[in-house]
Design a protein around this ligand. Structure first.
Ligand SMILES: Nc1ncnc2c1ncn2[C@@H]1O[C@H](COP(=O)(O)OP(=O)(O)O)[C@@H](O)[C@H]1O
Ligand SMILES: [Mg+2]
Length: 304
């Protein structure tokens, strides 16, 4: 699947952010095209969550701008969803009701639910059907009637992701979503992301818009390289780093099919490159040295 600059969903233009005298982000320029799964890595405290909040719209940047489908914005919208490491589901609702809940809030009012009872009953069935479909997508159809207290951590994160996806966001942000899970569960959830990606590939093949565009923050480099088709590195270690972190790495990552064997040896060279380019405070370089995703893409397109 070739990402194209013709279909940019999200753009950050010269974005900067600081807290008091703590300069966090500086000169962030970024374009994400529809259907990409982009991993964002960087040292702890480099501003990954701050960047995600700016993109979400809850904490707009101090300088520069964020655009979705070409329109600048400074507030949250259902076009952008987020899932955090620990997502609290509503304990008194089943998995399916939790997933349907966002649609209920978005599409109905209390008055509507009280006074147009039959219309609401019909709509509610539609919402529950959609929720069941989403739970199926994230591999959780068997647990749809269970309450959060009956679900494992991995299952709860699947519900949280279904809950975000039911709003059909143009961009889904994931901030260390699997950070609290054990290794085996974590791998199952990574495969779930690969399945979403393969739906994108199928949609493209049919000439349709790929349904999922995801930006995932993770501190696990194998995870970043495995689940994404592109890896971004955010780091304060570059010339001018005292002014804040910048994107110092932007390259394609190997694309896996959901059940293809994962070859960790495939990642070794790129992991080393990431450690050097993004995580090392000794190798201070100009921050464009490893930023070549779009250039590489354009070269590929010309060669093909
Ligand atoms: N609400 C806040 N008020 C003050 N400083 C903050 C706030 N949020 C984050 N920071 C600071 O901004 C920097 C980046 O934080 P963060 O975006 O959470 O980094 P990361 O997610 O990469 O670990 C850190 O120095 C952190 O202390
Ligand atoms: Mg963070």
């Amino acid at each position: 699947m070739v990402a194209s600059r013709d279909d940019i969903v999200l753009e950050c233009r010269d974005l900067g952010h600081w807290f008091g005298s703590n300069k966090v982000l500086n000169g962030i320029n970024l374009q994400i095209s529809r259907g990409q799964i982009v991993a964002l890595v960087g040292p702890s405290g480099s501003g990954k969550s701050t960047l995600l909040r700016a993109i979400l719209g809850t904490h707009p940047p101090r300088t520069g701008e964020v655009l979705m489908d070409g329109a600048s914005y400074r507030s949250p919208h259902r076009d952008r969803g987020i899932v955090y490491q620990r997502y609290s589901l509503l304990p008194f609702l089943t998995a399916q009701q939790n997933v349907a809940f966002g649609l209920k809030l978005d599409q109905t009012s209390l008055a509507f639910r009280c006074f147009q009872f039959w219309e609401w009953a019909k709509l509610k069935t539609e919402h529950m059907d959609q929720a069941a479909e989403l739970l199926d997508r994230v591999g959780l159809s068997a647990a749809k009637d269970q309450y959060p207290s009956e679900l494992s951590g991995g299952m709860r994160q699947r519900v949280a992701i279904a809950q975000a996806l039911i709003m059909r966001p143009k961009l889904l942000l994931l901030d260390e979503p699997f950070g609290a899970l054990d290794e085996a569960t974590r791998e199952d959830l990574q495969v779930m992301l690969l399945k979403l990606y393969s739906e994108n590939v199928e949609a493209r093949a049919k000439g349709e818009q790929p349904p999922y565009t995801i930006l995932i923050v993770t501190h696990e480099l194998n995870e970043a390289l495995y689940v994404s088709d592109r890896v971004l590195g955010l780091s304060q270690y570059h010339h001018g780093g005292s002014e804040g972190a910048a994107i110092v790495y932007d390259k394609a990552a190997p694309v896996y099919r959901p059940h293809a064997p994962k070859e960790l040896s495939d990642f070794v060279a790129q992991k080393e490159e990431l450690l050097k380019a993004v995580f090392s405070d000794e190798v201070i370089q100009h921050h464009s040295e490893y930023v070549s995703f779009w250039e590489d893409r354009e070269k590929l397109t010309v060669d093909a």
